[in-house]
Design a protein. Structure first.
Length: 372
C-alpha cells in the first residue's frame, strides 16, 4: 500500500491562500520539508502509533520472559524439552502479514473515501455560492444571508460527524439565536440545508431563472449526498469478527513463538543459576526478539484501527476538517467580496490557522456588517 496521498483538485486554492507548503502541515513545529530527514521521521513520536502500542509490546515481552522461565524450570525438574520446530512460523508469519495489509487497506479505503466526500463538499459549496451570487437577486441582505448559511453548512457537518453540539463558529456566522436553534435540531445539517433551500426558493420568487434555480438545488442536493456518504462511513464499522480474528492470530503467533526459540538464542555462557536451574542468555534475548517482532505487528493493526474513523479528532490520522471548513468559509467570503466590489482587488481574509475553531479576522469579515 502506498503511503503517498493522491492530490485533490480542491486543495490547491487553500495552498494559494495560505502561501505555505502543504507538506509542512504534516511536520512538527519548527521543521520544514527541506530540513526533514529520515532519522527525524524514524524517531519522531508526534503522530506515531508507538505511544499507543508500547504497553502491549512490553506485555508480550513480559509474557515471553515468563514462558522462558517456566520452560527452564520444567526442563530442569522433569527433563522435558518443550521446544518445537520454528519452520511452521514462516508461512504463519506470511499469512499474518497478508491479513494486516488487508486490514490497513480496508481502513485506508474508508479514509480516502471520506476525503473524496469532503472534497465534494468543498466543490459544491463553491459552485452553489457562485450560482447564487451570479444569478440570484441583487438584494444585499439576501446575498449575505445566503453566504452565511452556506458557510455554516460544512461547520455543521463537521460538528455532526463528531457528535458535537457546541457551535462557536455558528454563533459568529449566524448569531446565538440561530446557533441555539440549530443545536436543538435532531439532525443539524438538515436544518441548515432547509434554510438554504428556503433562501433559494425566495430567490426564485424574486426572479432567478428556472435553470439557475434547478442547478442550485442540484448542488444543494449533492451536499446532502456527500453528508450521507460520511454518515455511512461513521455508522458502519468494519466487521468485528475480522478484527477479532486478526488480533487472535497475532496473539497466538507471538505467544507461541518463544517455544520455538528456546534454544535457538542460547549461548555457552550461563546467565545465572537459581535453585539449580540454569538461566541462559535466552532469558532476555527471546523477550527482546519478541518485542522487536511485536512492535510492527501491533503498529500495523493499530494503524488499521486508526484509519477506520477519519472524522474523530482522537484518531492519529483524522481528516483536517477544521482546516477544510475554514477553506470553504474563506472562499465564500472572497466570492462575496468580489461581488460587492467588482473591478477592484478583493478584500481577502488573512491566512487562518484553523484548529480547533478558527475565527476569521473581524476587521476583514463582511459578515460583521449588520444588513438586517
Amino acid at each position: 500500500m502506498s503511503s503517498h496521498r493522491r492530490p485533490l483538485d480542491d486543495e490547491e486554492p487553500a495552498d494559494e491562500q495560505s502561501n505555505s507548503d502543504p507538506e509542512a502541515a504534516d511536520l512538527p513545529a519548527g521543521l520544514s520539508p527541506r530540513s526533514y530527514s529520515f532519522w527525524i521521521g524514524a524517531l519522531l513520536l508526534h503522530g506515531s502509533v508507538t505511544p499507543r502500542v508500547i504497553g502491549d509490546v512490553l506485555g508480550f515481552g513480559l509474557l515471553a520472559m515468563l514462558t522462558v522461565i517456566a520452560c527452564s524450570i520444567i526442563e530442569a525438574l522433569f527433563g522435558a524439552n518443550l521446544q518445537f520446530a520454528v519452520s511452521p512460523f514462516s508461512p504463519a508469519g506470511a499469512v499474518l502479514g497478508l491479513l494486516l495489509v488487508l486490514r490497513i487497506n480496508a481502513g485506508y479505503d474508508r479514509w480516502w473515501e471520506a476525503r473524496k466526500l469532503w472534497g465534494g463538499i468543498v466543490n459544491q459549496s463553491r459552485n452553489l455560492g457562485i450560482i447564487a451570487l451570479s444569478y440570484g437577486p441583487a438584494d444585499k441582505a439576501w446575498r449575505v444571508r445566503l453566504i452565511r448559511w452556506l458557510a455554516a453548512y460544512p461547520h455543521i457537518v463537521r460538528r455532526s460527524l463528531r457528535g458535537e453540539r457546541t457551535l462557536p463558529e455558528i454563533e459568529r456566522l449566524l448569531g446565538k439565536g440561530e446557533a441555539a436553534n440549530i443545536a436543538s435540531a435532531q439532525h443539524m445539517p438538515d436544518f441548515v440545508s432547509r434554510e438554504i433551500a428556503a433562501l433559494l426558493r425566495m430567490a426564485q420568487a424574486s426572479g432567478m431563472n428556472d435553470w439557475s434555480f434547478y442547478e442550485a438545488e442540484r448542488q444543494r442536493g449533492l451536499l446532502i449526498d456527500y453528508l450521507g456518504g460520511c454518515e455511512r462511513i461513521l455508522r458502519t464499522p468494519l466487521a468485528r469478527a475480522t478484527v477479532i480474528t486478526v488480533r487472535r492470530f497475532i496473539f497466538l503467533f507471538l505467544a507461541t513463538l518463544p517455544f520455538a526459540l528456546l534454544h535457538q538464542l542460547d549461548s555457552s555462557v550461563t546467565a545465572f543459576t537459581i535453585a539449580g536451574v540454569e538461566f541462559r542468555a535466552s532469558l532476555w534475548l527471546i523477550p527482546l526478539f519478541i518485542m522487536l517482532l511485536a512492535y510492527p505487528l501491533l503498529a500495523l493493526d493499530r494503524i488499521g484501527m486508526e484509519l477506520q474513523n477519519p472524522f474523530d479528532r482522537a484518531r492519529l490520522d483524522h481528516l483536517p476538517l477544521d482546516r477544510i471548513c475554514v477553506t470553504i468559509e474563506t472562499n465564500l467570503i472572497e466570492l462575496l467580496n468580489l461581488d460587492s466590489a467588482p473591478g477592484e482587488r478583493p478584500l481577502a481574509p488573512q491566512p487562518v490557522v484553523p484548529p480547533p475553531d478558527a475565527t476569521i479576522t473581524e476587521s476583514l469579515h463582511p459578515f460583521n456588517t449588520d444588513v438586517s
